[in-house]
Design a protein around this ligand. Sequence first.
Ligand SMILES: [Zn+2]
Length: 293
Amino acid sequence: MNDTTYGGIEAGGTKFICAVATQPDTVLAQTEIPTTTPEETLARVVAFFAAQPPVQAVGIGCFGPVDIDLASPTYGHILDTPKVSWSNLDIVGQFSQALKVPISIDTDVNAAALGELRHGAGKDLTALTYMTVGTGIGIGHATSGEVKVASHDTEGGHMLISRLPEDTFTSACPYHESCLEGLASGFALQQRAGVSADKIAADDPIWQLETTYLAYGISNTILMEMPAKIIVGGGVMTHDSLLQTVQQAVLNQLNSYSIGATLANSIEDYLVRPELGKLSGVIGALELAATKS
Ligand SMILES: [Zn+2]
């Protein structure tokens, strides 16, 4: 890469983080724009880029479900989403028309995985997995070399997990009675407690349930994918000692089986927070832009 300027957008369900950079991790300018209506939010994003030096390409890490299959007639569209006004929006087409530069898109979690792989906690690795536990739960993957764009937006956040016998909570997922997002997302925590996750006391038994369910999700991911490292981001994971209790629960669940034995001595280095903090997604989006142009 040289002095070319790129644009990155982390298009999230609550906010869009936009950045301009010459190198993906050398951000010149950035802003956060609330996710309201597509018309309002996209207009503000376009206005941000119009006020910056011209960019050669823009990458988007987008909330899902989003069509990232280049061969699909609806490539670059947000698909059916509970955010009704965003359903079927051709987000790539809209930005392409307004900004007149090549646009590339992947899921928000794949973009975050890419950002961490190239510039964060995975710099010394060839592949990693990124899991976000925020309002929803998403799982993304990145590998070195060619940016791998899956043919479909995967939905690991909805993996089906065992519900604990004492847990009578009605799943927060409208589709699944016992999926990871339905039982353990930030939205589920809010439904359980009646307050947002950041206001739930550290000694509330809810955190024991949360630990077990998140560890199920991570243990399943380890057994299915054997990733070299798993980055766990999102607002819920910033709670107190949640990461540490989840690390221990993963070891207990794997029970020394296979990779579980290896992880007994390295779980603190294996299951880690994002090194780029809240910028993993937008830096990954800048990488998408740099790779595309
Ligand atoms: Zn679900």
